[in-house]
Ligand binder design. Sequence first.
Ligand SMILES: O=C(CO)[C@@H](O)[C@H](O)CF
Length: 536
Amino acid sequence: MAAAVHSPLYLGFDFSTQQLKVVAMDGNLNVVHQNNVQFDSELPEFRTQGGVHLHADRLTVSSPVLMWVKALDLLLDKMKRAGLDFSRVRALSGSGQQHGSVYWRRGASETLKQLDPDQNLYQLLQGSFSVSDSPVWMDSSSRQQCQDLQAAAGGALRLAEITGSRAYERFTGNQIAKVRQTRPEDYQDAERISLVSSFAASLFLGDYAAIDYSDGSGMNLLDIRTRNWSEICLEATSPHLDRLLGAPVPSESVLGPVSSYFVRRYGFCESCRVVAFTGDNPASLAGMRLQRGDIAVSLGTSDTVFLWIQQPRPALEGHIFCNPVDWKQYMALLCFKNGSLTRERIRNECAGASWENFSAALRDTPLGNNGNMGFYFDSMEITPPAVGVHRFDPDDNELSSLSPQVEVRALVEGQFLSRRLHAERLGYSIIPGTRVLATGGASSNKEILQVLSDVFNAPVYTIDLSNSACLGSAYRALHGLAAESGVSFCDVVKKAPDPQLVATPHPTAQEVYGRMLKRYARLEERVLQETRPRSM
Ligand SMILES: O=C(CO)[C@@H](O)[C@H](O)CF
C-alpha cells in the first residue's frame, strides 16, 4: 500500500469551451481521478451561455479570461477535497480551446512570479489582463483582417502553403490584428499574448509559457515547415508581434518546474514538471493514440475530423497543424462549428430535452430517413461558410418543418454526411480497414455512433474516456519527462487500453449513403449559393 500511496501521478487539464476538465493518471496509464468545472452553472456570475458571450453583432464571440482563472481555483479545490495527493504529481500538461487569445497586461509577469499562496488566482490576477473578454474560436468578426492578411501573403493558397490554412476569422493572428485596430489602448497595454493553451501553462509555470508548434499552427502566423513565425504574416498582423508571442517550442517540451505557488498552496512537489500545453484537438489526437489510416471524429462543442499525416498538403478548406506528438510530422483537421449546441437544441425541441428520446428517434427512423435531409447551421458555419436551417424532402423541395423524429435523424445524418463529404474532398479516403475513432461528449451515445458508422461505412471505435483531450494531455505529461532521452510518444503509451469497437455499418449503409452523399453535395452547393456572404 505504501508504494501505491507514493506512486507517481500525471495530470492532464483541458480548458475547453464549456468547461475546465482534468484527468489524473498513474504510472500504469490508469485514470485514477477525473473532475471538472462547468462554466455556465458553476460560475454563473460570468453569465456565459455555452461558456461564451455572443455579442450583439452575432459575429463577435468571447469568453471572460478571469472565468478560466476562477475555474482553475475551483477545480484544484475540488481535487484537494476529493483527497488527491498533489505531492505524487511528477508532471502535468494540458490543452485549451484552439485559436483563442489572452492579453497579459504590462507587469503581469512580475505578478505571476510572486503569487501569494494565501490567496486564490482569481484575486491575484484581477488586474493582469488588458483584454478581459478574450476572443475565442467561435468568433467570425475578423473578415477584413483575413482579407488583409491574404493580400499581404500573396493570396489564400499562398497563405495556406505557409501556415497550413487560408485565413480564417477565428485564427489568432486575425483576431490579434482586430484587437490592435479596434482596441489600440488595450493592445498597447499588453506585454504578452498567449493562446488559451499557453495561458493555462503560464498559470502553472508562474511565468509566460511558450506557444507549442501544434497549437501555434492555428494562428495563421507560424510557418509549419520551418516552425518559426512567418515574417510576412507577423508584419501583416502587427509590427514586432514576435516580441509579444515569444518563440514557439516543440509540443513535448518541458517548460520548467511548477510554480512555488502550487507547491505551497496545494502541496505539489517542487520537482513537478510543466510540459507544454497544446490545442484541444492535437491533445485528442494524442489521447486516442491515433495511427496513420485512422480517422478521428470529435463530437464536442465543435465537431472536428482529423487524422495523422506525414507531409502537409495545404488546401483552401481545412487545416494542417504540426503534429503534437511528433513535431516532424503533421495532422490535418476540419472544423464544424455547429456541433453539440445544435444537437442539444434539436434534442430540446424534438425529443423533450431527453437524450433517451433522441436515441429512440434514431432507432425508430430508417437509414436515409426516406430521403428527408437537413442542414442545421444555427450560427455561421466554418465548413462550409453557410448559415441557417434548410430542410429538403425526397424530391429536393425545401420544407419548413419535419416531424420531430425525422428532424432528429435529418440533423445527425446531415452532420455526418457533411463531415464525410469534406473529409473525402481533402483526400482523406475512407478505405477498407479505416477505423473511425470517436471522442467528445456525444461519443457516449451509441445510436449517434451507429449513424456515424453507417454514413462513413466504417467501424467506429471509442476509448473508454469521452474526454480524449485530458487523457492526451496526461499522456503528454508522462512523455515530456522521457522525450529528453529520445523515447517516442508511441512507446511511452503503448500499454494504454486499446479503443473499443462500438458500431459497425448496416449492410445497406454503403448503398444508401453512397447515393445520399452525392445528393448532399448538390444541396449543399444550393444552400451555399443562397446564403454565401457578399464579400466571399
Ligand atoms: O476551432 C477549432 C479547431 O480549429 C475548435 O475545434 C476549437 O479548438 C474548439 F475548442
